[in-house]
Write a new protein. Sequence first.
Length: 288
Amino acid sequence: MFRPSRFSFFRPVSMTAFAAAFGLLCVAGGSARAAATSDASTFSSSTTGLATADAFGADGAASLTAGLTALPAAPEPAAGGQVYHGYNRHHTGWKSHLSFEGGGGADAPIGADSKVITWGPEVTLGAGWKFTNHFSALVEYQFIDDKLPAFLTRQAGSVGGNAHIWSFTVDPVYDLFPKRASDIYITGGGGFYRKLTSFTDPQPVQYCYYFCYGGYQNVTVGHFSSNQGGFNAGFGLSHRLGSPDMGGVSRLRVYIEARYLWIDTPSKGSSEGLGRTELVPLTIGLRW
């Protein structure tokens, strides 16, 4: 007796399902090819200058090297720091040419001058004009407060003393790597210098605010001064504060520099001087 297979009922159903699935795949494949053809047509019609008719080979594939428009090469970072291109895009107009500086530090005498003057603090302020990315010029004011050695004050019959130097100079600055985050610059110039040498003694004084109390204050008991010319020359290191990730390239830089300072002060034989003044100021500050 013939027994129908238990799958005989599902065989027509499975064949029907297979035929329907095959038909759906064919329809989906045709739709995908039509969509791809439409997208390619739209892309080629909306893109200008990327590919031309002779940019296609015999096999119909586009030659990327012949079709793509040449793009500028990406900047390569230099060894001294990150390179920032397009400086003038962020800073335009006459205000971008203004330059300022402010700093302070200490100085020390060198040569024969070290016998008649010692170390002391100094302050430097400047303002000027930035002509190019490399070259700028500053008018600088500097104040130096040096001490006098003990043997010199004893010869003058005083307890203490100081040498104050004021100057106004014109100082060009040349930046070697202005587009880098870290820069090296050379500077130097000259101008007017005034040196005032004072001898002091402590004397009792009385201070009165809400109440009175006594104390001592150094009082000048003798001095001599001179006005003359001088020059300075040196170099420095600076580092830009800020980056393009912070919304642009900042012009503010922190700097450290050393200079050689020569002042044509009167010789020791005169009543107004102790010989040529030679100092090395070391300054730390900000430039803009």
